[in-house]
Ligand binder design. Structure first.
Ligand SMILES: [Zn+2]
Length: 180
């Protein structure tokens, strides 16, 4: 091979690599599109009206989340008696929930309890800080607290988790709603 031919081959190779590089990198202006709201299906074999209301509350508070009844439900709500209202989270958007009729008999708001337990399925832990504006303060805010809405901090946290899309690790504990 003469030096001239070699230069031509090298020149062609550089051109080809440059083209490949451009194709791989793509135009610099392509910003990622905002992620669509993620759908989470729920079911309720008990406290059905509260479940629908709580889902509506969460949907209106968290733009990245869309709770829908039916489908292959990953948030499953059941009625029980004794043992405390509680959630067993199984990942982001996944939890088996028990609502204890004794909590409601003791004067706690059934809607607040259901919304709180769903909160565990959406990645929030208990705070038990006694402040009614926190949905995740649970029964620590007393039976007079009827607030079923997450505050801005709680809603933002869930919105952040769901912005992360699938595969986000957000398994929390879900202790009983009313302790002691
Ligand atoms: Zn809880």
């Amino acid at each position: 091979m003469t030096k001239k031919v070699l230069r031509l081959v090298l020149g062609a190779l550089v051109t080809a690599l440059t083209l490949v590089g451009t194709a791989l990198v793509g135009p610099a202006s392509a910003a990622p599109a905002p992620a669509p709201a993620r759908t989470v299906y729920y079911s309720a074999s008990g406290y059905s009206a509260e479940a629908d209301q709580a889902a509506q509350i969460w949907n209106s508070s968290v733009p990245n989340l869309r709770l829908v009844r039916g489908g292959s439900a990953t948030i499953r709500i059941h009625a029980t008696t004794g043992g405390g209202s509680r959630a067993y989270p199984c990942g982001l958007g996944c939890a088996t929930i028990y609502i204890d009729s004794r909590d409601i008999a003791a004067g706690h708001s059934s809607l607040r309890i259901v919304a709180h337990e769903i909160g565990h399925g959406l990645g929030l832990p208990d705070t038990y800080n006694g402040i009614c504006s926190y949905l995740m303060s649970g029964g620590s805010a007393g039976t007079s607290c009827r607030n079923p809405y997450p505050n801005a901090q709680e809603a933002n946290r869930v919105n952040q988790l769901f912005a992360g899309g699938f595969g986000v690790s957000a398994v929390t504990s879900g202790g009983v709603y009313a302790r002691g």
